[in-house]
Design a protein. Structure first.
Length: 254
């Protein structure tokens, strides 16, 4: 009888490029999926990150998962798997450890429940990555990398009003910065019902009274005439504000 030939496992698909366990007090490591061929379910099934070996969970003959071990330094390590815990593959797949992002502040700190507010997030250790994400409350949105200390993201629609929600950042779309006191507050979206007067000169400076609802007394409060902001906006109440009409070069309705 011919001997049964067992083919060695072969990795063919890259795994997530980032891991977050440096300088952070956690034992919960990033769970990653590794795809390949000829992977057999066995007691010795394991993953190796550099020199560190961790158990793997068999999903199918072409897929396993494992938790990346913690690292004390920023580094890129090779990743291989083994059926018996001794003989490992030799692949070109790598995994990069980095410092967890930290959020220190945001601007602005409030926005309408209709969403769309561009939030600038300040902090440290942000990484230029396709997986860079902001988490506002419990909603994840794409983030725009500006620098290692700044990213921008757009506040999503929210049904939560007058309640502060946390803001955090993830460099890999999985592991987010720790909860902190950086909060964003949604307020009811402003509604404009009337403007008086409705006509003024091209030179501007006319003060109009805007009536409506949901007005908030914030530093960012402003009226827009077309795409042009008012040079001066005065909060009267949550139903009334006064706005100075800006200069215009053309006649027309805005």
């Amino acid at each position: 009888m011919a001997a049964l030939k067992i083919l060695p496992p072969n990795l063919f698909f890259n795994i997530p490029s980032f891991q977050i366990d440096i300088n952070f007090d956690t034992k919960s490591n990033t769970n990653i999926i590794i795809n390949g061929h000829n992977i057999i379910d066995s007691d010795g099934l394991s993953c190796r990150f550099g020199d560190s070996i961790v158990p793997a969970r068999w999903i199918s003959s072409s897929q396993i998962s494992c938790n990346a071990p913690e690292s004390s330094v920023s580094s890129t390590v090779s990743v291989d798997i083994s059926i018996n815990g001794i003989d490992f593959t030799t692949s070109d797949i790598t995994y990069t450890y980095y410092v967890r992002a930290t959020v220190l502040g945001i601007e602005p700190m409030t926005g309408p429940s209709s969403g769309g507010t561009e939030i600038t997030v300040y902090g440290a250790d942000f990484i230029f990555s396709a997986a860079l994400r902001c988490r506002i409350g419990n909603v994840d949105v794409e983030a725009e990398y500006i620098s290692a200390e700044e990213v921008k993201c757009e506040a999503p629609l929210s049904s939560v009003l007058d309640e502060a929600v946390s803001v955090s950042i993830s460099n890999n779309g999985i592991d987010f910065s720790a909860s902190n006191d950086v909060l964003f507050t949604y307020y009811p979206s402003a509604v404009v019902n009337d403007v008086k007067p409705r006509i003024g000169g091209l030179a501007g400076s006319t003060v109009v009274t805007v009536s409506g609802s949901g007005f908030e007394n914030t530093e960012q409060l402003s009226c827009y005439f077309g795409d042009t902001p008012s040079p001066n906006t005065t909060y009267i109440s949550d139903t009334s504000i006064e706005c100075e009409v800006p200069v215009s070069n053309v006649e027309g309705t805005v």
